[in-house]
Design a protein around this ligand. Sequence first.
Ligand code: ADP
Ligand code: ZN
Length: 518
Amino acid sequence: MTGTAELLRSVFGFDDFRPGQGEIVTAVAEGENVLAIMPTGGGKSLCYQLPALVRDGLTVVVSPLIALMRDQVRALKAAGVEAGAITSASTEEERDEIWRGLDEGTLKLLYLAPERLGSAGTERMLRRAGVSLIAVDEAHCVSQWGHDFRPDYLRIGTLRESLGVPLAAFTATADAETRAEIVTRLFAGIEPVTFLRGFDRPNIHLAFAAKNSPRRQILDFAAARPGRAGIVYCGTRAKTESLSQALREAGHEACCYHGGMDAEPRRHVEERFQTEDGLIVVATVAFGMGVDKPDIRWVAHADLPKSIEAYYQEIGRAGRDGAPAETLTLFGADDIRLRRSQIDEGLAPPERKEADHGRLNALLGLAEALECRRRTLLGYFGEEVDAPCGNCDLCDKPPATFDGTDAVRKALSAILRTGESFGAGHLIDILTGNETDKIRQRQHDALPTFGVGRDLGKPQWTAVFRQMMGRDLVRPDPTRHGALRMTEAARPVLRGESPVTLRRDAMERKSSGPVVRA
Ligand code: ADP
Ligand code: ZN
């Protein structure tokens, strides 16, 4: 076959493959069944366009995005490749041209909108056309769980079987459930060669910090990056307003953005962000979908995102131009409680809730990580990283750790002895021997656990509880506000079978007082 490297240059005008592209192109060109997971903007389309040129016959591309199909067809034609698209928007003339290309066997790529798959005419046409490859863009649209479900995608598996040709599926959605569903529905039992590449965004610096004084922390972060465009994500609409006000008072150009605003002011903010230098947008997650600004220099989270996927997508808006960009994600026990209860109180079926807790756990694991965050993050997506990245807060300054087994066991004991009915505040009062009214009323000063944790102060215990929540050793009880329950994962720790290493830096006091109390 014609060298792929040569086609890459002569047809597409690129000198090199992007990370992962080369191996995917080879596998698809050789007729393997392929599932390729690459982030948005990673260059997926090349991974089926180039093999289409290498293979004999016609490649059918299924894509839900009409505008994108038309763009691609235009670009391919401009590069001298015979391509066409059949969508609801196609003109008579365009269709005639496609029929001609099919009859003469010169058409190399035919883009089809999913709803075309339902017509008997389409299948007849494809049978005659000598299809040698089916490529499926946005393959997660076949997942019934996802937000982008397209019922017509369910027909693709049947088409593959009836044409008896290899299929290459592409998506940016990396979670294991969706992946499994794609394999079942599109490949019906055949295990495709799976590639997961290009999720690393090496120019983005990753950092997390425990939430101490969130407003101060965000103001400091912004102050260290004067005049640079950034996004601050907040958990509530009200907070976007107050925080953008605070940033303006500190001398920044800042405005807020959330779903409760009218369309016009929202559009105005988007336009300002796009065209002005150095604007800070303080927003809910509603901001970002349509934002295509390559030089966003930083992204901060004033509140913890809802999952590791959401985190990745939000920080990924920074540094699209490849120049250095920075991120900071704040997290605290309140965030964890809020995110847990949002899942518990949602309307999803139980398995779905468990999966959402799992995604939140993955993010908390990243927040409480003890070494290279990038490795932890990419590891979650299934991408291996050989060496620590050198561009995250933990690579910059490895955290001091200590054996926290004893502290965690004391905390678990306090939880169990009080019937799993109390929140962290009261439990810390028990551990530190703080005789509050509530303690006296409940006679918790008579518990054997009362005062066993006097060696640590309240801030240290707060950090221990947060890290316990972060590792899913304890969870808020969805039926009793604020109460913490022990999870299965904590049993081995309680039995002394499994040690727990905690971060010390999160434990240090802000004041210079001694860490150990008399
Ligand atoms: P997506 O993965 O989101 O479908 P695209 O296929 O649209 O991404 O590619 C994103 C951008 O990257 C496009 O502008 C494309 O021209 C560019 N691109 C793809 N492959 C390469 C490459 N090997 N070298 C340089 N640019 C590339
Ligand atoms: Zn690192």
